[in-house]
Design a protein around this ligand. Structure first.
Ligand code: ZN
Length: 309
């Protein structure tokens, strides 16, 4: 028995053939379509590439607001499409049960089932991708609130701060995300063309990936930038601890590749900003175990539990 898990992210989309254990048998990744028609059709095309006769269901996680249980991508600050009824589209196309949810919700579920948060009751997952995604799993179940819970990247941390892609100002992800790190990398490369970030970028534009690599190689300026981003991350996480008091916080997404260069300053800032830091036990902050595949695997795992029509 297999399912197809699809992850529709801010810059790319992936689909995988997923076993019940969470193992990915086959995977395809393509750039995210930039127009509305491609956004609606792209994930269906990916699924058809992997379709086999023993596939029992399809799960799709999308970056953005997904109405539950209708499975409609209502709006995504980092995606072009608007209001796409993915669950209905997938079920009509393939004649199989489908489940559609926010991508970070699926990633959180996967980490809590088979990843870094196994056997923990209250789990917060924060994905540092293009923006900041969030997923909350309590007692093995995704917490959805009325529909859209876990949109942590859009908590306002600076009133009147920088404009966010969601239209508001001062959202958490304007200070700590892949998009922000790309911006910092370009600034560093422009002001210090002889520095390691600029040299790693070569002819092309510098990105967060170059900055992270420079930091891993010991470049002080790049390390400092990641430390400053970690400080912002810690401030947001302190608020989330005040609200949820999770047993574990799992950090995933591309930016988390920096590892402890980012996470140590994050832990320090989080401890400094949290209410009652000396009274509560330290909240463990760990790297995601499933990496960039968490959303896809979680979508596949949930699809495996769908009742078969
Ligand atoms: Zn926002």
């Amino acid at each position: 028995m297999k399912t197809i898990g699809i992850d529709l992210g801010g810059t790319k989309m992936s689909a995988g053939l997923v076993e019940k254990s969470g193992t990915i048998l086959e995977k395809v990744t393509v750039a995210r379509p930039s127009d509305d028609v491609g956004m609606a059709e792209g994930p269906l095309e990916l699924a058809s590439k992997l379709m086999q006769s023993d596939v029992t269901g399809i799960g799709l996680g999308a970056a953005g607001l997904v109405s539950w249980p209708e499975g409609r991508l209502v709006w995504g600050p980092n995606v072009a499409g608007r209001s796409i009824p993915f669950k209905a589209l997938l079920e009509d196309r393939f004649g199989l049960p489908a489940v559609v949810d926010n991508d970070a919700n699926f990633a959180a579920l996967a980490e809590s089932r088979i990843g870094a948060a196994r056997n923990r009751h209250t789990v917060l997952l924060v994905t540092l991708g293009t923006g900041i995604g969030g997923g909350i799993v309590i007692g093995g179940e995704i917490y959805r609130g009325a529909s859209f819970a876990g949109e942590v990247g859009h908590m306002v941390v600076d009133v009147g701060g920088p404009r966010c892609t969601c239209g508001q100002r001062g959202c958490w992800e304007t200070f700590a995300s892949g998009r922000r790190l790309d911006q910092i990398a370009r600034d560093i490369a422009a002001t210090n063309p002889a520095g390691l970030t600029a040299r790693l970028a070569g002819e092309g534009p510098a990105s967060g990936t170059h900055l992270t690599e420079a930091a891993i190689q010991g470049d002080a300026q790049a390390e400092q930038s990641l430390a400053e981003m970690g400080a912002w991350l810690g401030i947001g996480l302190a608020s989330l601890i005040a609200l949820l008091d999770p047993h574990v916080i799992v950090v995933g997404g591309g930016v988390s590749r920096a590892g402890d260069i980012l996470l140590e300053p994050t832990r320090r800032s989080m401890r400094a900003a949290v209410e009652g830091s000396t009274l509560r036990g330290p909240t463990s902050l760990v790297s995601a175990a499933l990496g960039e595949d968490a959303g896809l695997v979680g979508a596949g795992l949930v699809a495996a539990e769908l009742p078969r029509g």
